[in-house]
Design a binder for this molecule. Structure first.
Ligand code: ADP
Ligand code: MG
Length: 566
């Protein structure tokens, strides 16, 4: 076959193609994705089980966060990897719902397998799934509950999002911290998450996690260093005046105006005097502006530090640029380009500037007091892994809270929304006269995997539960779902139980799962693509007829979707 006629020309040049498998690829892909979904199924919801993840280097993490598990799994199967990518996007875009998306994708593929066996064409399945997903996303708005972002609503959303990750008390505690952090930086209904600094530091329990109205600087991971040559300098400055200098407090000796030759003792004496003069000018400026603490973006000469500390001023040098800005937001100080521009007008105020040992590291805390544009959360855990895991879950919670504030709509959780959407899809399916009808019904069945899984996690019979939930929804109770907030898990009104989540999380989970399932349903061939050393592409002959339509599956260079239409 000539190069020009190769149906693989849609892929980039300089790669070698090798056809691996053309018959079992689909079954194999589906099996890999299903296995992944099965692996995390038991972690869903507040009664989900923990997984112990053991890394190759022996590190261990206990988690029941689906996103966290797939992130750490060593997944090599390309199809499973594509599913993981979609899950990662779910996490990045809305901060929650990853496990649900993965379980739903797995269930859609299980249903698809049956449909394929029954002779439904893969393209009919994909089209049916797309129709069902579009319909479900519309129907989702029937379930929408408009909310005002008061503390009680946000607390409910935060708790639903973090539930099951720790014990109930710890979940409540961390949910409260997350709500307080987001509310502190909320301005006119928008939330800029860049204004929350998060640090995970091991060596203590969750309950020692704290929220600071300002900035926490981890001295180990930041270039920022406080220097204190004077042992008498306190560790805590209350009601401190803060100055920010976006420059260095040193003397340029090599070049420029300050350059002097130091050949004779007189020269040296003269230079020392000059030096002393400059240093004193620096300190006069800083002290004259009334500063108690000075953050300097570059380095500070020893002599300047010494003079500053003698004046009772805490010098902090090599402050990272972003941290300088955040200190500014926390205190109202404006960074000056050179110390000569510093006056009292450019300084800001902090309720407290504190240096403290936290676990294995030293931190500086700049607490601006109330109404600051920068907050920080210090998340603790017994080990680094636990602290990091906590940070990850709380991060998701920040996302979910900002969504709730910005969109102002939530939907019932605990499987209630899934049951409602499934019921609607079954009615809708009956109105679709084509073969896609079967795929829409299958989509409805797949959606019920959420309440089924939640029921099973609480030891309830999944079949009885689904029957009961369907009956209740049929009677018009669209908020009936599983209430697993305490030991006696049962069916009830989930909104009453304050189990609600942002509409956007559910909507994205539906879209992600459908996208993932359709991607794998449509692929019936895997082609390995290896890059040739000298960049030439080498086509190997293969049995593709010229009629074979090949589409490039964007972002998945290993895969070639090969569909014949019908
Ligand atoms: P995901 O990664 O999909 O967010 P989770 O393990 O966080 O997975 O579980 C989320 C599911 O748990 C959602 O369907 C949510 O509605 C449900 N859920 C949360 N809290 C409760 C509760 N108290 N009772 C019943 N279901 C709950
Ligand atoms: Mg969750």
């Amino acid at each position: 076959m000539s190069k020009g006629a190769s149906p693989y020309q849609v892929l980039s040049q300089g790669v070698e193609f090798q056809q691996l498998d053309s018959r079992d690829a689909q079954t194999d892909n589906i099996a890999a994705a299903k296995a992944l979904s099965e692996a995390i199924k038991t972690t869903l919801g507040p009664k989900g089980l923990d997984k112990l993840l053991v890394g190759a280097d022996g590190t261990m993490v206990v988690t029941n966060d689906g996103a966290s598990i797939v992130d750490r799994m060593d997944i090599t199967h390309p199809a499973a990897q594509s599913i993981v990518e979609i899950a990662a996007q779910q996490d990045a875009r809305v901060g929650d719902g990853t496990t649900s998306a993965l379980i739903l994708a797995g269930e859609l593929l299980t249903e698809a397998e049956t449909l394929l066996e029954d002779g439904l064409h893969q393209m009919s399945i994909a089209r049916g799934y797309t129709l069902a997903c579009d319909r479900a996303r519309e129907t989702l708005y029937d379930q929408a509950i408009p909310v005002s972002p008061d503390d009680a609503t946000l607390q409910a959303v935060a708790r639903t999002s973090v539930t099951g990750k720790w014990g109930r008390d710890a979940s409540d505690f961390l949910a409260q911290k997350a709500v307080a952090a987001v509310r502190a930086i909320e301005r006119d209904g928008t939330v800029d998450l860049g204004r929350i600094t998060r640090k995970a530091i091991p060596g203590s329990s969750y309950y020692d996690s704290e929220l600071v109205d300002g900035l926490i600087i981890d001295m180990d991971s930041s270039s920022t260093t406080p220097v204190s040559l004077e042992p008498g300098l306190p560790n805590v400055f209350e009601d401190a005046t803060v100055a920010l200098i976006d420059d260095q407090l040193t003397i340029e000796t090599a070049t420029g105006q300050g350059a002097v030759s130091l050949e004779t003792p007189d020269d040296r004496h003269e230079f020392r005097e000059y030096e002393q003069e400059v240093y004193e000018r620096y300190v006069d400026r800083i002290a004259g502006a009334g500063a108690d603490v000075v953050f300097c973006q570059k380095s500070i000469d020893d002599a300047v530090r010494y003079l500053l500390t003698k004046e009772g001023i805490l010098p902090i040098e090599r402050t990272r640029q972003d941290e300088l800005e955040k200190v500014g937001r926390a205190t109202g100080a404006r960074p000056v380009g050179t110390v000569d521009d510093l006056t009292a007008a450019e300084t800001g105020r902090a309720e407290r500037v504190e240096r403290r040992d936290v676990g294995p590291t030293e931190v500086a805390i700049v607490d601006g007091g109330r109404d600051v544009d920068q907050v920080s959360v210090l998340l603790r855990g017994s080990t680094q892994q636990v602290a990091d895991e906590t940070k990850r879950v709380v991060d998701g919670c920040f996302h979910v809270l900002s969504r709730t504030i910005e969109d102002g709509v939530v939907v019932p959780g605990g499987g209630a929304t899934a049951v409602h959407l499934a019921g609607d899809l079954r009615e809708y399916a009956a109105t679709v006269p084509d073969r896609e009808q079967l795929a829409i019904e299958a989509f409805a069945d797949a959606l019920e995997v959420i309440p089924r899984t939640l029921a099973a996690s609480a030891g309830l019979d999944p079949i009885d539960t689904i029957v009961e939930l369907r009956a209740s929804h049929h009677d018009g109770d669209h908020t009936t779902g599983l209430r697993l907030e305490n030991e006696s898990g049962r069916i009830g009104d989930v909104v009453e139980g304050e189990i609600v989540e942002p509409l956007a999380v559910t909507e994205r989970a539906l879209a992600s799962a459908t996208e993932a399932a359709n991607l794998l349903v449509r692929i019936d061939e895997i082609v390995a693509v290896t890059r040739d050393e000298d960049g030439h592409d080498h086509d190997h002959d293969h049995d593709h007829g010229p009629g074979g339509l090949v589409e490039s599956t964007e972002g998945y260079p290993w895969a070639v979707g090969h569909s014949m239409g019908h």
